[in-house]
Every structure is written in C-alpha cells, then in structure tokens.
Design a protein around this ligand. Structure first.
Ligand SMILES: *Cc1c(COP(=O)(O)O)cnc(C)c1O
Length: 410
C-alpha cells in the first residue's frame, strides 16, 4: 500500500481560519438576524483599478488573434514585467537588479513554500512568533521538524518571540541558524523594521552564512519616510537575502494571482562538500521544471500597476485602506485599548483587555458586537492575549465595527 507523507500528520488539526469559520457559522445559525462584520482574514475588498482592468482586457483580446496570440511564456516571467519592476519598483529605492534575478509567480504563498525545495533539510530555520502560519507549516510538511509541544512549538525550529516587551522586534538569535524568515511590514503585528534593525539581520546573516527570507508583501502600505521597502536597501543584502513581493495586497490581486521573488546572483550557499554555489541557478532550475509561468493577461495587468495611471489609482485604494486602519487604531485607542500597527501596515494588533485570552476576546466580540477578527494566538504562542483586525474592509463596515466595539467596552 502507498505510504503518505507522515509529516502532514504533525500539523495541528484546527487551522486558524476554518476554526474561525466554524465559530462564526455556529453564531449566525443561532442568530440569523445579526449583521456580522468580518475584519478577520487578510483579503482585500476593493475592485481592481481601471488602468489594470484595461490592460487585462487588452491582453485577453491579444489572445483572440493569430498574430498576437501567446502560448507558453518564459517560466521566469515576461521581460516586459520584470523590466518594469526593475525600473519602477526597485530603481527608485536605489536597488539595481538584473532581469535574471526576478522570478514572476502566481503568489508569494507558494514561493515562500516552494523555496524550501532548494535548501537541504538539515538547515537550522528560525521563524518569528507570532508569524504568517505558512512559514511554520511548510517547514513541518517538508520534514524539517519533529512533533509540536504543548505550547505549539515544533521540535527542530527556532522561534523568535515578538512581544510587547521587545516592541515586536525579535532579538537576533544567540545560536547559529542558517535560514531566517522576516516579514516587514509585519503580518500579524503591523509593525515595521528600521534600516538599523534590518542591518543587524544582514550583518548576522553575512557573518553566519545564513540566508534571510524577506517577505515584503505589505511594502506598499508603508506611510512613514525612512522605513525600508526592500531588504536590498541594506548594504550586503544581495549576498544573503531572498525577497518575496506580491501584487495581492498592493494592487488587489488576491484573486488574480501574481507575485515576484528576487534571488540575486550574488547569493550563494554551500554544497554538501562545502563548495559555494549560486542559489539563483537552483531556483531557476526549480521553476523551469515545476512551474510553467503566470498567464500573459495577468502579467500585462501586473505591469499596468506601474503605469502612471495605474500607480495613481492603486495609491488611492491603499490610502483608503490606510484611512480604515487609522479609524480602527484611533477608535480603539479612544475606547481604552492598547493597539499596535495600523500606521505602516493594514493590520491592527490589539492587546485584549483585562488579560483575556485571544479566543475569549474573539467570542466576546462575535457574540456582543457581531465583529470578527483573528485571535492572535492563532499566529503562534506569543500572539496569546492579542487580536488582529484587518483594515481591508469597506469604510462603512469599519466605522460600524469600531462604533460597536467602543460602545461595548465603554
Ligand atoms: C497575503 C500575504 C502574502 C501574499 O500571498 P499571495 O500568495 O501572493 O497572495 C504573503 N505573505 C504574507 C505575510 C501575507 O500576509
């Protein structure tokens, strides 16, 4: 009989969002008249910008004519999109990349997971706690860990607590690790890393021959000057970091699917025999073999994000979400809650009142305010006692949700 991958059985059964869905369904079944407002899952709500839709339509029309029809594209992505990213997304930051260093894909979630293909299993991996669950669970799936302990930490991974005490900025590990996942602006805490903080990570990585996996899915939401938008703004990062970016939150592509991963040519890792070898070549080989590219219309739509019109339009949507974030943050502060994030990220990370557990606070807001957020403990043990609200809702819903919470806590 065929054997399954036992590593999957180590994963904790109750994945966060299904459990939230279950509790919300139980509540709405029992209270069908309640108008439940969902500010939980990190999905966008506003439609694609007109300039993006135009480019998307035009590209679909190209496929209807023999002379403009496109079949398989390059597995790495079309040069029109890669070169646009080099010019418009990276050059303004003072970062120069080559065409061969950017890989277009259908999402950062898969890239963050698939990247593990090109690294040996015996690498020591560090992840933040709380964290985007994908980093943790994909390491369990490939077999890098043992079982989870009663706290929820998997044997074999190094966890970096991000707590109120350390300002949600993890301390540099005292032990030597080989891979570190960083996500800034952060999901779920909404916090950012300064240049100085990132420089410490780059220095650590260079000194320890470690690789940083830098998830910049929320870079477009940075509003304060001086906060780095790319790890490559830090000197030396091209020798120690892979960067993941996505059009999902930046331009509302969560359903359209397009992302990019940067693997610089200067980035090396060692073979079993100790020989320095290019990770760019390995990732290129991996993508060419296991991936057949993102569809042509989607890449045309993605390139339109960086047209003058497209850029102005997506900024409007980002401003809309960040105004939501401000309303949530200031509304909850006025209600006496301690809140973090919401300034350079579309997430508000609030401390539950009176030391309530994350799930108790979830149940309280659901039953008393009919508002759904995400329990912080679902992102890791150090998220216990916190709760995440997303700014991706409609303005009307955000205002109503804040009003209900304020009245409830008054
Ligand atoms: C939403 C999100 C992404 C983007 O994932 P896609 O697969 O590109 O939609 C990546 N990282 C984090 C932390 C996210 O929250």
């Amino acid at each position: 009989m065929a054997r399954l991958n036992d590593n999957y059985l180590k994963l904790k059964a109750g994945y966060l969002f299904p459990e939230i869905g279950r509790r919300v369904k139980a509540f709405t079944d029992a209270n069908p008249e309640a108008k439940v407002i969902k500010l939980g899952i990190g999905d966008v709500t506003q439609p694609l910008a007109p300039a993006i839709i135009d480019a998307f339509h035009k590209a679909v029309d190209d496929l209807t004519q023999g002379d403009s029809f496109m079949g398989y594209g390059p597995e790495q992505g079309y040069e029109f999109l890669i070169d646009t990213l080099i010019e418009k997304a990276y050059k303004p930051l003072g970062v120069s990349l080559k065409t061969s260093e950017i890989f277009i894909s259908d999402g950062s979630k898969c890239d963050c997971a698939n990247i593990l293909d090109i690294f040996a299993l015996d690498n020591k991996v560090a992840i933040c706690d709380p964290v985007y669950p994908v980093y943790n669970d994909t390491n369990v799936m490939v077999g890098r860990t043992g079982e989870a302990n009663e706290k929820g930490y998997y044997d074999g991974l190094v966890y970096l607590p991000c707590t109120e005490e350390n300002g949600f900025t993890p301390a540099i590990p005292t032990e030597k690790v080989d891979i570190v996942y960083l996500c800034y602006p952060n999901n779920p805490t909404g916090t950012v890393a300064t240049k100085e903080a990132l420089k410490q990570w780059v220095d650590y990585a260079l000194a320890n021959e470690a690789v940083l996996f830098y998830d910049a899915a929320y870079e477009a939401f940075i509003t304060e000057p001086g906060i780095p938008r790319s790890i490559y703004e830090i000197e030396g990062a091209e020798k120690c970091a892979i960067e993941f970016r996505s059009f999902s939150k930046t331009a509302g592509f969560t359903g359209v699917r397009c992302a990019l991963t940067v693997v610089p040519e200067a980035l090396m890792a060692r073979t079993e025999g100790g020989e320095l070898t290019s990770l760019n070549k390995l990732w290129n080989r991996r993508q060419s073999t296991k991936f057949n590219g993102v569809s042509y219309p989607v890449q045309k739509a993605a390139a339109a994000v960086y047209s003058d019109e497209g850029w102005a339009q997506i900024q409007e949507t980002i401003d809309y979400y960040m105004e939501n974030a401000r309303l949530i943050r200031e509304g909850l502060q006025a209600a006496g809650l301690t809140v973090y994030g919401g300034i350079n990220a579309p997430y508000i990370w609030l401390k539950t009142p009176g030391g309530m557990s994350s799930w108790d606070f979830f149940d309280k807001l659901l039953s008393e305010c009919h508002v759904v957020g995400t329990p912080g403990s679902g992102f890791g043990p150090s998220g216990e006692g916190f709760y995440r609200l997303s700014a991706f809702g409609d303005r009307e819903n955000v205002i109503e949700a804040v009003k209900r919470i304020k009245e409830n806590l008054a």
